[in-house]
Design a protein around this ligand. Structure first.
Ligand SMILES: *Cc1c(COP(=O)(O)O)cnc(C)c1O
Length: 348
C-alpha cells in the first residue's frame, strides 16, 4: 500500500476471520456438495483478488465472476474460475487460461465455444424459470450440449430469498430432471439463500456470494454469519449547532436543542448513499451516533451529543448489513458492491 493510500481519511476494515468463517459455515450447510464462492463485482466490492486468496486458503476451489476481465484478476490462484456471462465474440482473445472457463448461456455461445474452445471444458447455465440467462431444458433435450466437455451444469433461483415461494420447488424439480441428460460432471443450483432451502438444493456444488461477505439474505442464516466489512472514517470538524439552526443541503435537519455535530469524511461518492440521510448511524464505543441531514458527496454529519468524538478521531459506520439495508432502502448487495474506490481496504 502506498504512503498516500495509508493516509486517506476513510477505510474499509475487513476481517479475514469473518470472511473465511462465513464461507466455512456455508460449506458445512452445503453438506456433501462442494462450496464455491461468487467473487464477481470485485468480490462484492471488497477486492476480488484479496477475497479469492483468502477463500482459496480456506479450501474454496470454485470461483464465479461475471466477465473475462474479472476472471483475469482471480485466475491462477488455485481455484477454477467460471465466467457467468459466458463467451462473447470480444472475449475470444482472452480465452486460454486452463483454470478459466465460460458458463455458456445461449445456443450462440454454445456454437462459439464448439468452434473456439477446441474441446476445452465449459460450464452451462440452464434456465429453469428465472428468464434471465441460460439455455432451455428443451434445447438440452434436443441435443444442444452433445459432445461438449461440460464440467458443471447450473441454474439460478429467482426467489431463493423467499423460502415460501412455490417457485423454489418448481425450479429445483426442473433442474433435478436434467440429471444424467447433460453429460455434466457436476450440477449446481444454490446461491446463498438457496443453501438455506435445504439439502435438496445443494446438488454437487453451491455458489454463495452475499452471505460469504456477511450479508444475510434470509433470517435462517443470521446466526451463522458475521459482518466482514466495516466502514471507518475520520472526523474533519466538530461544531455545536444552536437550537433552531439546520445542517447540510436543503436544511432537512433542524436542531431541537444545542447539538454537538461531527462532520465526517464519507459520502455518496464512497457508496454511503443518500438513503442514509437522517437514517444511518455510526458507532463510537458504546455510543450510537445518528446521521443527521443529507448525505453529501464526500461528507456526512453525525449527532455526537453522546460521544467524546472530535476532530481527527475515527468513527465506525453500522456494520450490520440487514440494518443498514433497512435504514437506507438499498439492498445489501447494493451496499456492498457500491463501496467506492477511495477507501483504503485494510484486511485484518
Ligand atoms: C451472483 C450469483 C450467485 C451468488 O448469489 P448470492 O445471492 O450473492 O449468494 C450465484 N449464482 C449466480 C448465477 C449468480 O449470478
Amino acid at each position: 500500500m502506498s504512503d498516500a493510500a495509508e493516509r486517506r481519511p476513510n477505510r474499509l476494515r475487513l476481517s479475514t476471520d469473518a470472511l473465511t468463517g462465513n464461507w466455512r459455515a456455508l460449506a458445512a450447510m452445503s453438506g456433501r456438495a462442494a462450496c464455491g464462492a461468487a467473487v464477481k463485482a470485485d468480490g462484492y466490492g471488497l477486492g476480488g483478488r484479496d477475497v479469492a486468496t483468502r477463500l482459496i486458503a480456506a479450501g474454496c476451489r470454485d470461483l464465479f465472476v461475471a466477465t473475462w476481465a474479472e476472471a483475469a484478476s482471480v485466475a491462477g490462484l488455485g481455484a477454477r474460475v467460471s465466467v457467468l456471462h459466458g463467451v462473447r465474440e470480444d472475449d475470444l482473445p482472452l480465452v486460454g487460461a486452463a483454470d478459466v472457463r465460460p458458463v455458456l448461456n445461449s445456443p450462440a455461445q454454445v456454437a462459439r465455444w464448439r468452434q473456439a474452445g477446441a474441446g476445452r471444458a465449459c460450464d452451462v447455465m440452464v434456465d429453469t424459470g428465472m428468464n434471465r440467462l441460460g439455455v432451455s431444458p428443451q434445447d438440452v433435450a434436443a441435443g444442444l450440449l452433445d459432445g461438449l466437455a461440460v464440467d458443471t451444469v447450473m441454474s439460478h433461483l429467482a426467489c431463493a430469498d423467499e423460502p415460501d415461494s412455490a417457485m423454489n420447488a418448481r425450479q429445483c424439480a426442473a433442474f433435478a430432471a436434467l440429471a444424467g441428460r447433460t453429460g455434466a460432471a457436476r450440477m449446481s443450483l444454490a446461491n446463498s439463500a438457496g443453501i438455506a432451502l435445504g439439502a435438496d438444493y445443494a446438488f454437487d456444488l453451491t455458489r454463495p456470494g452475499l452471505a460469504v461477505y456477511g450479508g444475510v439474505p434470509v433470517p435462517a442464516l443470521a446466526a451463522r454469519l458475521r459482518p466482514v466489512v466495516t466502514i471507518e472514517a475520520e472526523v474533519l470538524q466538530r461544531r455545536v449547532v444552536r437550537t433552531g439552526e439546520t445542517v447540510g443541503y436543503n436544511a432537512t435537519w433542524r436542531a431541537p436543542r444545542d447539538t454537538a455535530v461531527a462532520i465526517v469524511n464519507l459520502g455518496y461518492a464512497d457508496g454511503y448513499w443518500r438513503g442514509f440521510s437522517d437514517r444511518g448511524r455510526a458507532l463510537a464505543g458504546e455510543a450510537v451516533l445518528p446521521v443527521i441531514g443529507r448525505v453529501s458527496m464526500d461528507l456526512i454529519a453525525l449527532d455526537v451529543s453522546d460521544a467524546d468524538v472530535g476532530e481527527g478521531d475515527w468513527v465506525a459506520l453500522e456494520p450490520d448489513l440487514p440494518r443498514a439495508s433497512a435504514a437506507s432502502g438499498m439492498s445489501q448487495y447494493e451496499l456492498l458492491t457500491g463501496l467506492g474506490t477511495r477507501f483504503v481496504r485494510v484486511w485484518g
